[in-house]
Design a protein. Structure first.
Lengths: 420, 304
């Protein structure tokens, strides 16, 4: 059984919470005591039906205001897969939360109200999904019951969205007509829509192929931690020197010729170690420990790759930034701490090329700064070289975070578009 | 053509993620420690720490906040496991906090030291100057926890502010703090109760005996079975009886309920949990029953 991580985007009005409530409920991930609490609250509020959306509100302020503020993580499993849902709020003032949830997602579900069709916010959700390179996108056309399960309406929405998605360079795109409230096409195929020949939403989630979404081509091993047993009771371990990390790309095998960056020195993998014994190969997302044939000075923040396939060694970066601070703005001359893979350095914003209107995709080249939830393209100068790939090629070696130097808060997320 | 699709099982993915988190902390913090209670989640967390740094020893101490009202089987297990690993175990005692006048013992029939632990924990973090503290909490346990970050920032009062959490993207964790602040780190955030048990089975990990069915003297209170213990005052109508029970969670004797069960092996426990319709905290924790937001409130104060 593998794991599918998916993000859901949409507002309360789109029926997002009801959809998640139904997935959890129908897959038996909701327990009696949770359901009782929801029934009690529904009764106290005078709601006629059991409001499944209450299941997904975590914080007091969210329950009081009836809104979702932050990303919440939910879990359920079927015999086929384990699922991790990043439940993200849909309103524009929570763009940063959606970006956060989408950063690790294999798939995103964007909800559309069948009555309202493709709205500005549907376009925004789809855009953010593609910006974060979520490999699979599902357009769930909800509330089909309120448009008489009309095939014509569904096709209309599909066409409108498809022509918009063409501009986005959208990945794998699937349209599913559903009614979250009644359960049509959520877990099992709906009898109300015999014209629909595709899978139910859950069936799609269970079967969508994600294993090849990872980069298995470019070997990237950011060195995270050097393991040197200093209290070794076993004399055989006195000379042990292992480089621990999580594989970010490619497939590593013992005997492979590898290159160390920044030195450029070439050696071979002597062994790939784990607590459970050496392994024949390592690929993302495995956490392993490499031993190398030659004694090279290697420390945290360095990169191991193949001599004929190296990342860019860059001190100048072009990146799309989503700004996440409600206190400060990002503009030319802003200085920040940057964390990329296992390397931390300082970054200086050299130029803000444009701010992107996430609703219309219009580029405002006169923009002087980025505020909370705004997205734009910048040039950065870094104090020391980073080992980077384009985000489109590898999300782990192409993404970075920006940290405010005075408050220590995470204030930005960056996706590298061009490394020099 | 090589027949391999490079899929990874859910336990391998979760383990790799947890190892990555632990190494990140060991690399970026000066004085981490790992909260080890002898409960199943902290046992799994300890196994992952063992794996993350092997063949080197775990590079941080273990800490237990001991209410003095724990199950003896669990304390015995805690000490033995720490010794086997050659790990340093720091025991922060609630009794010491009471004796020092830092907290006052609750009185009455429902007296519990559960809430007092927060002060003991925060004092111990301050005294030992810990800057990162690993906890075994999972997001599936409780709805306030469902919103908490893997690296959860605490201010100099040890408080959690759910409304201003740091965004957390990809596998990049922000470890920047000022002196006096600390980060609670939850490597098992994405595990469910069933994942924990599947992992215990796969790894053949030993757990304290009270997780398995055994005969015990209990009494019923608020629909929960509480153990006969010198630390609980029973009402006259709360009669003791013998029952075959096991514990689904392990905490303070005064607020941890047993469930009736005949599950005597890990396999039987897994079948039982896969079929259960009640959450583990709902079934066994009096401390979560106070209100809809009781966990959120305790967490804001600095609770685990």
């Amino acid at each position: 059984m593998d794991i599918l991580r998916f993000a859901t985007a949409g507002s309360v009005d789109d029926g997002k919470s009801t959809l998640i409530g139904r997935l959890l409920f129908d897959s038996k991930a909701i327990f009696e005591d949770q359901l009782e609490a929801v029934e009690r609250t529904s009764r106290d509020r005078g709601t006629e039906y059991t409001d499944l959306s209450l299941l997904t509100d975590g914080l007091r302020a969210e329950r009081e205001q009836g809104i979702t503020i932050d990303v919440a993580y939910r879990y359920f499993a079927t015999p086929k897969r384990k699922f991790i849902i990043a439940d993200t709020p849909g309103h524009i003032q929570y763009t940063r939360n959606m970006v956060t949830g989408a950063s690790t997602a294999d798939l995103a579900i964007v909800l559309i109200d069948a009555r309202k069709g493709v709205l500005e916010q549907s376009r925004r959700h789809a855009f953010l999904t593609t910006l974060l390179r979520v490999p699979h996108l599902v357009l769930a056309v909800n509330k089909m019951d309120l448009v008489d399960y009309s095939q014509e309406r569904f096709e209309e929405i599909r066409e409108e969205f498809t022509s918009f998605a063409a501009k986005l360079n959208a990945p794998d795109l699937t349209f599913i007509p559903i009614s979250a409230l009644h359960g049509d096409n959520v877990v099992s195929r709906s009898e109300s829509m015999p014209w629909y020949n595709g899978s139910s939403l859950l069936h799609h989630l269970e079967h969508v192929h994600i294993a090849s979404d990872r980069n298995l081509v470019d070997v990237r091993f950011p060195v995270q931690y050097v393991i040197r047993p200093q209290r070794a009771t076993d004399p055989a371990l006195h000379d042990y020197r292992g480089y621990a990390g999580q594989v970010a790309g490619g497939v590593l095998k013992p005997g492979d010729e590898v290159m160390h960056l920044p030195s450029g020195l070439i050696t071979r993998i002597a062994s790939i170690d784990t607590f459970d014994g050496p392994v024949d190969e390592a690929f993302a997302p495995m956490s392993v420990t490499l031993r190398l044939e030659d004694d090279i000075d290697i420390s945290r923040g360095d990169m191991i790759c193949r001599p004929n396939n190296q990342p860019h060694v860059a001190q100048e970066l072009e990146a799309m930034i989503c700004w996440m601070s409600d206190v400060t703005k990002l503009g030319p001359r802003t200085k920040l701490t940057i964390k990329h893979t296992t390397r931390t350095a300082r970054a200086l914003v050299r130029d803000l090329h444009y701010r992107l209107d996430v609703n219309t995709l219009h580029r405002d080249e006169s923009a002087q700064s980025l505020g909370l939830n705004e997205i734009g393209r910048v040039s950065l100068r870094i104090t020391q070289p980073l080992f980077v790939d384009d985000y489109a090629r590898n999300r782990l070696t192409g993404g970075f975070i920006l940290v405010d130097e005075s408050t220590s808060n995470t204030v930005g997320a960056g996706m590298i578009v061009e490394a020099k | 053509m090589l027949q391999c699709d490079y899929t990874t099982s859910q336990l391998d993915v979760l383990e790799a993620e947890a190892i990555h988190i632990m190494r990140e902390v060991a690399a970026e913090f000066e004085r981490p420690c790992l909260l080890f209670s002898g409960g199943k989640d902290s046992i799994v967390m300890l196994r992952i720490a063992e794996k993350a740094f092997w063949p080197a020893p775990i590079p941080f101490p273990l800490m237990h906040v001991d209410t003095g009202h724990n199950f003896p089987e669990v304390i015995e297990f805690r000490d033995r496991r720490a010794e086997e690993l050659g790990a340093r175990l720091v025991v922060a005692s609630v009794q010491d906090s009471i004796d020092a006048g830092r907290v006052a013992e609750e009185t009455g029939r429902r007296a519990s030291r559960n809430r007092l632990q927060t002060t003991t924990l925060l004092d111990a973090i301050e005294d030992n100057e810990y800057d990162a503290v690993f906890g075994g909490a999972r997001r599936d346990e409780e709805k306030a926890r469902a919103k908490e970050r893997v690296f959860s920032f605490r201010d100099e009062f040890g408080q959690w502010d759910p409304k201003s959490q740091r965004p957390e993207l990809w596998n990049l964790y922000n470890s920047k703090i000022r002196k006096g602040e600390h980060i609670r780190v939850f490597p098992l955030s994405n595990w469910t109760e069933l994942d924990i048990w599947d992992y215990i089975r796969r790894e053949g990990i030993e757990i304290p005996s009270i997780y398995y069915a055994h005969t015990r003297k209990v009494f019923e209170r608020d629909g929960m079975l509480l153990a006969d213990s010198e630390f609980i005052t029973r009402d006259e109508d709360e009669q003791l009886f013998e029952s075959v029970v096991r514990y689904r969670t392990v905490g303070d004797v005064t607020c941890t309920g047993a469930v009736q069960s005949t599950a005597a092996t890990v396999e039987e426990i897994i079948s039982e949990i896969a079929a259960t319709r009640i959450t583990e905290r709902g079934a066994t924790r009096a401390d979560d029953r106070a209100s809809e937001a009781s966990m959120e409130d305790r967490k804001k104060e600095g609770y685990f």
